[in-house]
Design a protein around this ligand. Structure first.
Ligand SMILES: [Zn+2]
Length: 277
């Protein structure tokens, strides 16, 4: 049985025609967990051959807009493509429930239109929100899998969570946006794959805009991500949420900078890369 990590969206808040917003799918044996819901996530799910109706659960690392902006599309598309009330479990840090309530409120006109229009549609979207703290998670976890959450460090954004996902055949660390910290080390320890936001701080700082400089302060640099992966003994390091988006030849630069600190396999992810473990 294979576990697959599919980098659905590898972009950032900066729009890019070929990179959707942050979202990663972990799949094994017909079960799918979606981590974050960035720009275009439902289109990328379609390209991966997985509809919102097939998701076991949606997991959020934090409530930054680029990680959640298309959650409403996931909720709506699941609702209208299932023919019996099918709850969607959404797991995330404290604050997730208020956000989901706001998303549903923003959709209230649409929900009313569709219920009025379709005789076979009587109920609004069924969503079950599970706000969690660091530790073993039980909601939204497929049979035979386990997920452990740990606090990450993306301050001033609080709370943020990273996840250690064990599918039964592989362990994947979904790190999200974070600088090196104890929680990050915990979820990455001896993982088969580590998916992390890593910023080209050399390029970003060279632009000389304070607002861009701020980005470097609360994400891992390439060097930091590589050091974390090396210390944790990770087998494959997957770099995503690129800032800036890699141009021609940049993947080689990124790989070579990481190789200064880390000797394992490296994937400089593009949208819809599928890494089979
Ligand atoms: Zn963030």
């Amino acid at each position: 049985m294979t576990t697959s990590v599919i980098t659905l969206g590898t972009g950032s808040p900066i729009p890019h025609p070929d990179r959707a917003g942050p979202a990663t799918l972990v799949s094994s044996d017909g079960q799918h967990l979606l981590f974050d819901c960035g720009r275009g996530v439902v289109m990328r799910l379609a390209a991966a051959g997985v509809g919102p109706a097939q998701l076991h659960a949606v997991w959020l690392t934090h409530l930054h807009s680029d990680h959640i902006c298309d959650l409403g599309d996931v909720i709506t598309t699941r609702w209208i493509t299932t023919f019996t009330p099918t709850p969607l479990d959404i797991v995330g840090p404290p604050g997730t429930a208020a956000h989901v309530d706001a998303v549903l409120a923003s959709l209230s006109a649409d929900i009313g239109y569709r219920i009025a229009h379709h005789d076979d549609l009587d109920d609004p979207p069924m969503v079950r929100v599970h706000e969690i703290d660091p530790g073993e998670v039980h909601a939204g976890v497929p049979d035979g899998w386990s997920v452990r959450a740990a606090a990450t460090d993306h301050r001033p954004v609080i709370p943020t969570l990273g996840y250690r996902v064990a599918t039964g055949t592989a362990t994947v660390a979904i790190c999200g946006d974070t600088v090196p910290c104890e929680g990050l080390d915990e979820i990455c320890a001896a993982a088969d794959a580590m998916v992390i936001t890593a910023i080209r701080d050399d390029v970003v700082r060279s632009i000389g805009l304070p607002r861009l400089d701020d980005i470097c302060g609360y994400h891992s640099s390439l060097d930091a991500a590589a050091r974390t992966a090396a210390a944790a003994g990770v087998a494959t390091l997957i770099i995503t949420h690129h800032v800036p988006a890699p141009g021609p030849g940049d993947a080689d630069v990124i790989t070579s900078r990481i190789a200064d600190h880390y000797g394992g396999a490296v994937v400089v992810a593009n949208d819809l890369d599928r890494i089979d473990i």
